[in-house]
Design a protein around this ligand. Structure first.
Ligand code: DAH
Length: 338
């Protein structure tokens, strides 16, 4: 009997299986009602009392080993089946959707980078402004139509305050604080009381530019804007300056860039071959004086452009409302840009 027990101990020690069925068969064969170990316990009852101690110990050892072994096999089987049900740590991770930059941010960043190469730094100002910074200091006469309720959102509780209608207000804030040389661009959000359509919106974005120093001339303005146009729209781009009027610049101009149709005429340029992109001019001496800058000593130029318009031209966007609708089908298209 001792020999038999030793044989079974060896067999149990060597038993290894990854099949639930085999483990169960082993259990039945060893510990089942008619299992080998169970039968040995029956046989044990008939053994000589003198041998009982030695045999009993061995038999218990065998039973415990078999029970432990079966339990161990079952546990490792459960663990490994967990792995096959999706916890395989060697699988590559699941990728998640990465957002894209908004076209307005892309163009604003590009404008900032282009002017940074010419030594312009960025300044910002408040969106809720007062009449002085948006109109009066910029040489708007008191009866100027831009102050009209038609265009400007006033703050109801205190009509001295309003939502800025252009980023030119930031020029004033900077010049009030800083003496020339000043070389800055000022990106920001602006607000106008306009009906929303494919071409206009009540919220949009501008980038303002300002350069004040001694002996700054119109030629400097033109050269700066030409550099900008070529960097933004391509080396072959031509520019054209048309006389215009703004209260805060004298002389004033509007700048057009050549259309991609190469002057042949298309729907975009309305068959003129040119596209208007910004307003500009030499800063009016009245504006410098209003900010405490000596207009006899210093001159400068300023310009202002709409970011939505430039993004429309660059990305061929037909409707300004697309920028504000948060439609991911639209926004996802800018993943590849920059
Ligand atoms: N503030 C003007 C607008 O909103 C744009 C502009 C024109 C800005 C000429 C300038 C400038 O600085 O010199 O329409």
């Amino acid at each position: 009997m001792l020999e038999k027990i030793n044989e079974l101990l060896a067999e149990t020690n060597n038993f290894i299986s990854t099949s639930a069925e085999e483990i169960e068969q082993f259990r039945v064969r060893m510990l089942g009602k008619k299992g080998t170990i169970t039968l040995l316990f029956d046989e044990f009852k008939t053994i000589e009392p003198a041998l009982k101690k030695e045999f009993g110990q061995k038999l218990n050892e065998l039973k415990t080993l078999a029970q432990d072994k079966i339990q161990q096999m079952k546990t490792s089987l459960e663990d490994s089946s967990d792995t096959s049900s999706g916890l395989d740590l060697s699988l590559p991770g699941e990728s998640f959707a990465i957002g894209s930059r908004h076209p307005i941010s892309l163009i604003r960043n590009e404008i900032v980078q282009i002017f940074a190469r010419l030594g312009f730094t960025v300044s910002e100002g408040p969106e809720i402004e007062d009449d002085w910074h948006v109109f009066s200091a910029l040489n708007f006469p008191p009866e100027h139509p831009a102050r009209d309720m038609q265009d400007t959102f006033f703050i109801e509780k205190n009509p001295d305050y309003l939502l800025r209608t252009h980023t030119s207000s930031v020029q004033i804030r900077v010049m009030e604080k800083q003496q020339p040389p000043i070389r800055i661009i000022m990106p920001g959000r602006v607000f106008r009381n306009e009906a929303i359509s494919a071409r206009s919106h009540c919220i949009f974005h501008q980038v303002e530019g300002l350069y004040i120093a001694e002996n700054v001339s119109f030629a400097d303005l033109k050269q700066t804007l030409m550099y900008f146009a070529k960097e933004m729209f391509g080396e072959k781009t031509k520019i054209r300056l048309r006389p215009s009027f703004f209260p805060f610049t004298e002389p004033s101009a509007e700048m057009d860039i050549s259309c991609n149709c190469n002057g042949k005429g298309c729907n975009l340029c309305k068959y003129t071959g040119w596209l208007e992109i910004l307003g500009c001019g030499m800063v009016d001496p009245n504006v410098l004086d209003a900010c405490g800058i000596d207009s006899k000593k210093y001159t400068g130029f300023a310009f202002g452009m709409g970011i939505e318009r430039i993004a429309m031209l660059k990305f061929d966007i037909k409707d300004i409302r697309m920028y504000f609708e948060n439609d991911v089908r639209f926004l996802n298209q800018f993943k590849a840009a920059f």
